[in-house]
Write a protein that binds this ligand. Structure first.
Ligand SMILES: *Cc1c(COP(=O)(O)O)cnc(C)c1O
Length: 395
């Protein structure tokens, strides 16, 4: 959807609540304060020689999805956004649109496991697209990896699961004057804490399943796009392949976004306190959370983001068996993949989210067998700390 850009004047929460959902008070308009779920798959026209009222077929355009897309665009301060059936669908269409066989991608070496699987199994093995994985904490590593056929730089910041940070502005300078797109997966911080396009990115990727939706009850994905020409190519391919978000899930994610600001503040507060608690516990050897002063990139983070988010990871001082024991002794933190919902979740990257990455590559990156990733929810902090403390005592 091409947002109208009017929302630029408003603050984040105002945009999150109002963008795409202004009541229609014109003649015949019903004045809905909330965008209805439009289920019609097709839209009739009066006569063959007259255009439709704006919609033809729901794969191509749907009023509920378009409202969400307008909201999404406003949150990343751009005009263009597309809503997909999942984060992976968004990533797939982005890659297939920007890349041809023989093209090259430079990617951060610490990535969401599913992204790495898409790159390696589908794009590299089947479509001969080349990938270099580098430690993008140093922008010069990205620069050195650029080749004549490089078309895309792919970043996550903070990374998953090690919470490493890269400098988006510095990396955008590295590719200046070259025909290379910079895409940033902004799922972990959400647009409330970080806006990569403001720092020089061209495209932002979101798994809307996580913080945007926020309640672990809808799967979706989004692309926010700076350039009109890129948006039009992506929109064409989304329609051609059919990777669209349903009207119901569009509604669910729109509903989630309205409370994003207050949720992110509380996720951030709870995660900060959980990180400090874990850091002071002798049974924990390392805590990775950008909000901690001990995080090696704490200062860089502060210059690029407005907060640190609700995800953190840490290592149990002990073996894989101690790690399992700890996970099994928790009651409030559910042992489950995913993140960004109101409930606290905890998981074991080596055997869950990042199991599709070969062990030697996992170890090379630093994803050890005693590493645990937590998504700190919105429960009472006291209850979360008691839960963690009890489980650690039994470990
Ligand atoms: C979950 C996730 C994805 C994939 O999104 P889906 O909605 O699960 O397809 C991509 N990137 C990050 C960082 C994620 O956490």
């Amino acid at each position: 959807m091409n947002g109208n850009g009017k929302q630029k004047l408003f603050g984040f929460s105002t945009k999150a609540i109002h963008a795409g959902e202004q009541p229609n008070l014109k003649d015949g308009g019903t004045g809905d304060v909330v965008k209805p779920i439009h289920l019609s798959t097709t839209f009739a026209r009066k006569r063959l020689d007259q255009p439709t009222a704006g919609y033809e077929y729901s794969r191509t355009g749907n009023p509920t999805r378009n409202a969400l897309e307008e909201k999404l665009a406003s949150l990343e301060n751009v005009q263009y956004a597309l809503a997909f059936s999942s984060g992976m669908a968004a990533e797939t269409i982005l890659a297939l649109t920007l890349l041809n066989s023989g093209d090259h991608v430079v990617a951060f070496n610490d990535l969401y496991g599913g992204t790495r699987r898409l790159f390696e199994t589908t794009l590299r093995q089947k479509y001969q697209i080349e990938f270099s994985y580098v430690d993008a904490r140093k922008p010069e590593n990205v620069e050195k990896a650029i080749r004549k056929n490089t078309k895309l730089i792919w970043l996550e910041t903070p990374t998953n699961p090690l919470m490493r940070i890269c400098n988006i502005a510095a990396i955008s300078k590295v590719k200046k004057n070259k025909n290379i797109a910079l895409a940033v997966d902004n799922t972990f911080l959400s647009p409330y804490f970080q806006n990569p396009i403001d720092h020089g990115a061209d495209i932002v990727v979101h798994s809307a399943t996580k913080y945007l939706g926020g309640h672990s009850d809808a799967v979706g994905g989004a692309l926010m796009i700076k350039q009109k020409a890129t948006y039009e190519k992506l929109k064409f391919n989304q329609n051609a392949t059919g990777a669209i978000l349903s009207p119901f899930d569009s509604y669910m994610i729109m509903r989630g976004i309205k409370t994003l600001a207050v949720r992110m503040e509380k996720h951030n507060d709870n995660a900060m306190q959980v990180a400090e608690f874990l850091e002071s516990n002798p049974k924990i050897s390392n805590v990775y959370y950008p909000g901690l002063k001990s995080h090696p990139q704490h200062t860089l983070t502060k210059n690029q983001t407005k907060g640190y988010g609700g995800v953190l990871s840490f290592e149990i001082r002990g073996t894989i068996n101690h790690t399992k024991q700890f996970l099994q002794n928790l009651r409030l933190f559910y042992l489950a993949e995913s993140l960004g919902g109101v409930e606290s979740l905890i998981e074991h990257p080596a055997s869950m989210t990042h199991a599709s990455i070969p062990k030697e590559i996992r170890e090379q990156i630093g994803i050890k067998d005693n590493l645990i990733r937590a998504s700190v929810g919105l429960e009472d902090l006291e209850d979360l700390l008691i839960d963690l403390n009890k489980a650690l005592k039994k470990t």
